[in-house]
Ligand binder design. Structure first.
Ligand SMILES: Cc1ncc(COP(=O)(O)O)c(C=O)c1O
Length: 427
């Protein structure tokens, strides 16, 4: 079976619009740690995937999954100690006000539930996201996922604030001035709702603005967002699907990193290292108010196997000190990227922390003009040379580099040298 004939078969059953990475799609057959292998046996360094958070097919996670699958996997309406153990372990990583969890299967489901809680508990309908956000694929969540949803499809209860872009918009302003300016954008959106009689239920932001291009978020911005949202009677929903589980190394959660305590936190992707496990964490008060009016039941969310997997992921993060690893290796990557920036004019900006990096590709450093064409060429050339990365941002010109948390300095060296040679060849 060649990759091409598999592609044709895929088109016939999954359709031509089911997204695939790279000009030449990859047929992966095996993964281990930071390595992926294609059908021809070629090895790729995974510098992109956050779902295999603690590494592809981590033996402790796989063992936990198999052991529990051999023992019991029913559904979520029986008493089970593993599930309670997991919920306790997970909640211990949160602020003392956030001590209840709903377990779900996907980030989309988590954001859908978060919107329901916010609307039910505030009695309001208005929701604000950013103008280039992705939060999931349910009916309500796709309305706020502005990256794929045109304004006409967002309906009367959704407003989007502009994407923050300090790289282009700082204009000599301090973090405080910049944070105030960006919060003003939020207040404009809230006033816009007020004018048509819509009250604010929630603001739902990714705490790293991942799809938006991983901007350097001005210090103090998120606490100011929370204050503005609460003053308008709404709730803050922190989407931690990409930023959570220690991705940035310094903190377990993106909102902690920015000194904000949200009302609701949603999570997914890395939570089960590839197994469909996601969740919503909130306060006892919000959970009680929501569940007293709505029976929330999820057949698979937080079943015995999911809980065993989730526990194993937390164990590996702790035992292999992966947050510390992310910080240490992350610094090495950033230093290397900044050195490349000095030699390659096409690199306009390098941002990031822990195991999440963004590299702005520009055609002109002075004007900071995004160069989407060459960004795409770099991503494809990296893939040809055996390193997997992707691209993000409203202008599609930002290299997105977000490896599994077990990425080592040796792996970082290969990432940097491959990028160096690709950029050199690009001229
Ligand atoms: C920030 C963010 N939120 C939510 C989601 C949706 O998660 P899922 O695909 O598990 O439904 C994604 C998926 O890419 C995401 O990146």
């Amino acid at each position: 079976m060649t990759t091409n004939s598999l592609l044709e078969r895929r088109f016939r059953v999954l359709g031509r619009n089911s997204p695939l990475f790279y000009d030449k799609p990859l047929q992966l057959v095996r993964g281990e740690g930071v390595w992926l292998y294609d059908a021809d046996g070629k090895r790729y360094l995974d510098a992109y995937n956050n779902v295999p958070h603690v590494g592809h097919c981590h033996p402790r996670v796989v063992d936990a999954l198999c052991r529990q699958a051999r023992t019991l996997n029913s559904h979520t309406r029986y008493l089970d100690e593993t599930v309670v153990n997991y919920a306790e372990r997970l909640l211990a990583t949160f602020h003392p006000s956030l001590q209840r969890v709903f377990l779900t299967c996907t980030g989309s489901e988590s954001n859908e539930l978060a919107l329901r809680i916010a609307r039910e508990c505030t009695g309001n309908m208005g929701v604000i996201s950013t103008a280039f956000a992705y939060h999931g694929n349910t009916a309500a969540v796709s309305q706020i996922s502005s990256v794929f949803t045109t304004p006409e499809k967002r309906g009367p209860f959704v407003r989007c604030v502009p994407v923050i872009d300090p790289y282009r918009e700082r204009n000599g302003r301090t973090d405080e001035q910049l944070a105030d300016a960006y919060v003003h954008d939020l207040e404009v959106a809230i006033d816009d709702f007020e004018r048509i009689g819509v009250k604010l239920a929630a603001v739902l932001f990714c705490t790293a603005f991942s799809s938006e291009g991983l901007p350097d978020i001005p210090r103090g911005y998120f606490p100011k967002v929370a204050a503005a949202v609460h003053a308008a009677g709404g709730l803050v929903i922190a989407d931690e699907v990409q930023a959570g589980f220690g991705r940035f190394g310094s903190h377990m959660w993106g909102h902690d990193r920015h000194g904000m305590v949200p009302d609701i936190v949603t999570m997914g992707k890395p939570m089960g290292n590839g197994h469909p496990l996601a969740g919503v964490v909130t306060t006892p008060d919000l959970m009680d108010r929501f569940t007293s009016q709505n029976m929330y039941f999820n057949t698979f969310g937080g079943n015995e196997v999911s809980a065993a997997v989730g526990l194993a992921v937390l164990d590996v993060l702790r035992d292999e000190q992966l947050l510390q690893n992310a910080l240490r290796v992350g610094e090495y990557v950033l230093d290397g990227m900044r050195a490349l920036q000095k030699r390659h004019a096409i690199i306009g900006d390098v941002r990031g922390q822990g195991m999440f990096f963004a590299v702005e590709v520009v055609s002109d450093r002075q004007t900071r003009t995004p160069d989407a064409t060459r960004t795409k060429a770099i991503v494809n050339a990296m893939r040809e040379r055996g390193v997997l990365i992707s691209r993000i941002g409203p202008h599609d010109n930002i290299l997105k580099i977000r490896p599994p948390m077990v990425f080592s300095t040796e792996n970082a060296g290969l990432l940097l040298s491959t990028l160096d040679s690709v950029l050199s060849d690009l001229g």
